[in-house]
Design a protein around this ligand. Structure first.
Ligand code: SF4
Ligand code: SF4
Length: 383
């Protein structure tokens, strides 16, 4: 019988979502486990380690070590969930910590500039509540989050939490000094085309700085991802962008079409129509960050908190908030409505994969039940 001691590794965290799980924060893998495995992992979380006297399944132990969930060397205690999360679980929380920004991108959905920010104590409370209900990923956004007035304080708090932290940035402020102290797992940088197309959207000289930032992050222990918006000037850039991002070692490349909101209300002509833009949604690779859930439309496990404290289904629904974060994260989350796929007018073989696309974009047609025309065009072209 195996008598070695095992400890939960510092990149793993026990979660009690719809079922018992263990999450690898670093690889972003979530493993559903049965009750006896959960009890075993709990005993390994104390900091004293657990010997495997009750575990005869050598393959299970080997797999857990290989997946970075268990360690044979001593680790600090890990947190044990005291209760089940709400169902559906809030797994992904977008936190717009500030509206400050150093750019005025033509497609920015936030629109007019402001200096509104979340209070640092409010952020700590939100993160405590998010961990309490077993959150998986904190998406730290803005504005430009590195312009948050108390970013250093926020950054130093991040170590305390057992969820994955992802910083969304335009990359212009990243340098080796900031990278040397950031406490996040992943950095996502926006690249909206090659040189000319990107600069058209974001301002002269920004492409060079942003792509350098992607390369710089790729040379560190942080994981790097890229997001790209399809617009009229970058349509010929996608093959080359894909080649560049793969070569650099980008983990995820998410491609989307901007919704007509914020500054885009003044620039709607930079968004190509569905029959032109749809096929570009088939570019990109990796898992994406919004994650869906079987049987429901987008965002089953997502909520956004705006810089002024409003909480909404996602940031596009900021004008239709479910409450203010001061009321409590869980209270706001429980007010978010989740539409089943059966509510949609979509009558299509791709429904389980597509889930009706982006529901905000679909609703801009005036019919909240209709398909997302950009996703329809993307899937139509793939048949
Ligand atoms: S409405 Fe669009 S932006 Fe919002 S969660 Fe759904 S896919 Fe994402
Ligand atoms: S492709 Fe269009 S019709 Fe089909 S599920 Fe997606 S949005 Fe609905």
């Amino acid at each position: 019988m195996n008598k070695k001691k095992y400890f939960i590794s510092e990149e793993a965290s026990l979660k009690w979502l719809e079922s018992h799980c263990i999450y690898n924060i670093f690889s972003d893998e979530l493993y559903e486990i049965d009750d006896s495995a959960f009890e075993f992992f709990k005993s390994c979380a104390s900091g004293n380690g657990c010997n495997s006297c009750n575990i005869s399944d050598v393959e299970f132990l080997k797999f857990s070590v290989e997946e970075g969930l268990l360690s044979k060397s001593r680790k600090a205690p890990r947190k044990i969930p005291s209760r089940q999360s709400p169902v559906p679980s809030l797994r992904y929380l977008e936190l717009q910590i500030t509206n400050r920004c150093n750019l005025s991108c033509r497609h920015c959905y936030i629109g007019k500039k402001s200096t509104v920010e979340l209070d640092i104590d409010a952020i700590r409370k939100i993160m405590n509540e998010f961990e309490e209900i077993q959150g998986l990923r904190l998406l730290i956004t803005g504005g430009e989050p590195l312009l948050y007035s108390r970013f250093d304080e926020l950054n130093s708090m991040l170590h305390d939490y057992e969820f994955r932290k992802i910083l969304f940035t335009n990359g212009l402020l990243l340098d080796s000094e900031i990278l040397g102290k950031l406490n996040v797992n992943e950095i996502q940088i926006s690249i909206d085309g090659l040189n000319e197309a990107h600069d058209f959207i974001r301002g002269k000289g920004t492409y060079e700085k942003s792509i350098e930032a992607v390369k710089m992050v790729a040379g560190t222990s942080f994981q790097v991802s890229v997001s790209t918006m399809v617009h009229t000037r970058n349509l010929n850039d996608f093959d080359e962008m894909g080649r560049i991002f793969s070569e650099i070692g980008v983990r995820d490349w998410s491609v989307d079409v901007p919704c007509i909101a914020g500054f885009l209300k003044d620039n709607p002509d930079i968004v190509p129509p569905p029959d032109v833009a749809g096929k570009y949604l088939r570019y990109g690779f990796g898992e994406g960050l919004h994650g869906g859930g079987a049987g429901y439309v987008c965002g089953l496990h997502l909520m956004s908190v705006m810089a002024d404290g409003r909480a909404a289904k996602c940031s596009f629904y900021s004008e239709d908030p479910v409450g203010h974060i001061g009321e409590g994260l869980e209270i706001c989350w429980k007010r978010v409505e989740h539409a089943p796929l059966s509510d949609l007018d979509c009558n299509c073989a791709h429904l389980d994969t597509c889930r009706g696309g982006c529901r905000y974009r679909a609703s801009l047609s005036g019919n909240a039940r209709s398909g997302d025309p950009y996703r329809c065009a993307a899937f139509l072209g793939s048949d």
